[in-house]
Design a protein around this ligand. Structure first.
Ligand SMILES: Cc1ncc(COP(=O)(O)O)c(C=O)c1O
Length: 421
């Protein structure tokens, strides 16, 4: 499968250095590049629809229509039962603090919340905050050898006092995909809600909140080719029980009661365009995957097919990349490295190289026009547990569907040069 036909649709990918060499964007886990249709939709919104919501005039009506259409698009992306279950907000972190604080009003001292040491801190700190009111927050460990969650410990941590289990769909630190459906089943057996952080997973595979069975799922459009906008899905019966902070004149209906203040309408317009871009990818490249989703139709089917096509394409790139990196003496790839377990790995590859500081490696690659992250990228407890926090963390190389085999080769050759210098 070849998705390189999409590259001209991402204008940033045409940028070159002074020698005319195209930049290599492997920083997608920190934020992907943006599709042209997203840029156009944001500009169009600001010219033709820029207004506050719920007014009696044209541009305000257009704003309301844009937000409603974006909710429907996100409901389709997640296969959510209702568009009323989609909440927009600044970003995943802000939405998660908002929800954890709101759930916190229902909790008693001695109630418990479970999260993991593999998670991004945005799915840890908001829950740890509840410890200040006497909630016990358990942080489940992971196996250091392959950076997978210790599922026995997870099973044991969830008990009748558990109220929320907060878990990442995929690790932004090392790419591990977690069995969030299993964790959700355990949470429900105990009478707890499950809160899934899908920020890292969203650009890499299909999401179906009904198949997972979870109660909340949250992500950020800037990780899936859109603008900086957070999106939360919450089960309607639960959203209706929650009483978030809000100002008196604002609507108390769901989902509006969760959307504090004036929203970032242009980013919501861009989020809608990002989902529509993915649906178009489903029409153009997803035909071979549609049979996997016999229960879906229309845009929901196109979106699943697109994400399945992206997953297949990225898998074909990532395993040669892992092999190429591992062949470099002194280089260690963290996380799952067995291709037989490909189903449990996102195409995000983090490594350390003996004798070289991650920041220095990232700087040297950056000098060659290859953009990668270094450090902990807020997967703080992951780095602490592995003893890497004091040594600059890891170097993270993140593939997206607009990356190519040629770029992977350029990266591996450049890392080899760093090693040999
Ligand atoms: C796995 C994961 N969760 C949460 C976040 C935080 O997302 P946001 O920047 O939207 O607050 C990130 C950001 O990198 C992430 O990778």
């Amino acid at each position: 499968m070849d998705l390189s036909f999409v590259r001209p649709e991402f204008p940033a990918l045409a940028q070159t250095d002074a020698q005319g060499r195209p930049y290599v964007y492997l920083d997608g886990p920190g934020g992907t590049q943006v599709h042209q249709s997203v840029i156009d939709a944001m500009a169009r919104y600001l010219v033709h629809a820029n207004a506050n919501s719920h007014g009696a005039f044209l541009t305000s009506r257009r704003t309301d229509e844009t937000v409603a259409a974006a909710r429907a698009a996100m409901a389709d992306l997640f296969n959510a039962p209702s568009t009323d279950e989609i909440v927009f907000g600044a970003n995943m972190t802000t939405l998660t603090f908002h929800i954890s604080r709101t759930i916190g009003t229902l909790l008693q001292p001695g109630d418990e919340v479970v999260t993991t040491l593999l998670d991004h801190n945005a799915n840890v700190a908001p829950w740890l905050r509840l410890a200040e009111q006497g909630v016990l927050v358990r942080q489940v460990r992971f196996h250091p050898e392959d950076c997978t969650i210790d599922m026995d410990e997870m099973r044991g941590a969830i008990n009748p006092r558990t109220r929320v289990v907060a878990v990442g769909y995929a690790s932004n630190g090392v790419g591990t995909i977690n069995d969030v459906a299993q964790v959700t089943r355990w949470a429900h057996e105990a009478g707890a809600w499950s809160y899934v952080d899908a920020v890292h997973y969203a650009p890499h595979g299909p999401i179906d909140v009904q198949a997972i069975g979870c109660d909340f799922l949250v992500c950020s459009a800037y990780k899936f080719f859109g603008p900086h906008e957070g999106v939360l899905w919450g089960r309607k019966e639960i959203l209706e029980q929650l009483r978030p902070d809000k100002v008196r004149p604002a609507s108390d209906t769901v989902p509006h009661r969760f959307e504090t203040g004036t929203q970032n309408h242009e980013a919501i317009a861009g989020t809608l365009a990002a989902v529509e871009y993915l649906a178009s990818l489903g029409r153009r490249a997803g035909e071979a995957f549609k049979h996997e989703y016999p229960h879906l139709m229309g845009r929901r089917l196109e979106l699943k097919a697109a994400m399945a096509a992206i997953r297949a394409y990225e898998r074909a790139l990532v395993w040669p990349m892992i092999a190429g990196l591992q062949a470099i003496p002194g280089l260690k790839v963290w996380g799952i490295i067995d291709p037989a377990r490909a189903a449990w790995r996102a195409p995000t590859v983090s490594f350390t190289l003996q004798g070289q500081h991650p920041a220095e490696i990232a700087r040297r690659l950056g000098d060659e026009g290859i953009f990668v992250w270094d450090g902990n990228y807020y997967a703080l407890t992951l780095m602490e547990e592995l003893g890497l926090e004091a040594h600059g963390g890891m170097v993270r190389v993140g593939l997206a569907h607009y990356n190519t085999a040629e770029e992977v080769q350029r990266l591996v050759a450049a890392v080899r040069r760093v090693r040999e210098a």
